[in-house]
Design a protein around this ligand. Sequence first.
Ligand code: ADP
Length: 489
Amino acid sequence: MKKIPSRILFVSSESRPFASTGGLADVAEALPNELNHLGVKVDRIMPLYRKVREGQGNGSFQLSKTPYTLQLPMGGETIQAEVYSTEWSGTLTYFVNCEEYFDRSELYALPHREYSDNFSRFLFFQKAVVALIDVLGRPYEVLHLNDWQCGLIPLLLEKGILGTGRGGHEKTLFTIHNLAYQGLYPATGLYKTNLPGNFIDQYPSLEYYGQINLLKAGITGSDRVNTVSPTYAREITTPEFGCGLEGVLSSLAVPVTGIVNGVDTEAWNPETDPAIATHYKKSALAGKEDCKKALLKEVGLSYNKELPTFVMISRLVDQKGIILIGKLIEQLMALPLQVVILGSGQEIYHQWLESWNERWPEKFKGVLGYNSDLSHRMEAGADFFLMPSQFEPCGLNQLYSLRYGTVPIVNRTGGLQDTVTDYRLDEKEGNGLCMNTYSPEALLNCVQEAMSLFHHKKQFKQVRQNGMSKDVTWSKTAQAYLELYQDLM
Ligand code: ADP
């Protein structure tokens, strides 16, 4: 039998319920918790942002200061980090505190620009991770690293935070949640790493066309690399999806594998969800119609049982395909349907939503901002979920939709392809609609098909129930990660 690591450290720049901007935070919460429930010992570590401190206010967790104070070299300077901790749902979670770097209103960026010192902020975080591991007596056999904010850790484990050598004995798994974010910074920042040697070209694992690429460092420096769906694992080795790293990804000794994320089935359960108007389940869907009425009332649209409601909950960025909706909006608004979109992101898309609100107040509602409770009510109250992403490493909302009996309309890419089956191709098990290309025409075709499905009540119910029957729990996912950790040993 393969050996299970005695202790694992899960390192990420965000985790629910502490601080979150996207899907990574969902994984960072659920996976360690699930593994601990399986009896595998996993701790978690992340920065102590202002949002984490503020989150204590709702009483669900309380931070305690640990005795560990870390003195971290950042080039010529030494900056101090304190370490805090809390226990969350069975997982010991450490927080790296440094007010200069993390006591800010946002995690990574203000609406218009990234924080200019993000390289220093996350270099500091990564140094703190390695320093804490040493202070704790190196208890971890495996480090599970996530995204560019963890990319330097393999090199730091080997060279040490002073660059004088450490001898990393920990095994590392690196998970790519989104290849589009690479942590690309000017080579002039290299001195802050304290790595020996002054020239970026001495570090081929780090160097990318004369710049520092933290994601590349994580990919090339870790023992194994995986991503969050089998299709995305294949896609990122091609020029179309590889974001310039396809060569690096296709030449790894062990190919990148894909594991689809699960869903926190306690938080996302239409039978118990405290945020929604009426509870319902697969065998009794009537409550879902009440949720639709309540949702429409909440956003100021009137209810008409003949009109299907389409929703979208998303970061409003190019990746998510909102541009396709923009290209179709006149045609969509001419159809007998209603659309509700919740999101925040690029300014241009904010302006679009605001102008559509003004132009079609009876049929369209765009809500700007991040609102977790409303997102639950939208999943519960909608008939269809729009997810026409240009690329999608895994995607969570289509999984929430399946669980809530809301039929997802997706582009056939990445994790969307791995989790949504077009009912037109598979009448027995189909649970959604898939666009055959990334284009406005393909999206419009799916919307029109969805409207026709909406009026075929029996078939619509079947497609909804197929979605609700799909196993989207974390247990399968956690088991797959456990096998990866075991392979590393
Ligand atoms: P990504 O990580 O690329 O943003 P995912 O679909 O993997 O996309 O995960 C997005 C997560 O963030 C989901 O849990 C989704 O519900 C949530 N989310 C995104 N935008 C909002 C918003 N404006 N309000 C509430 N939740 C949101």
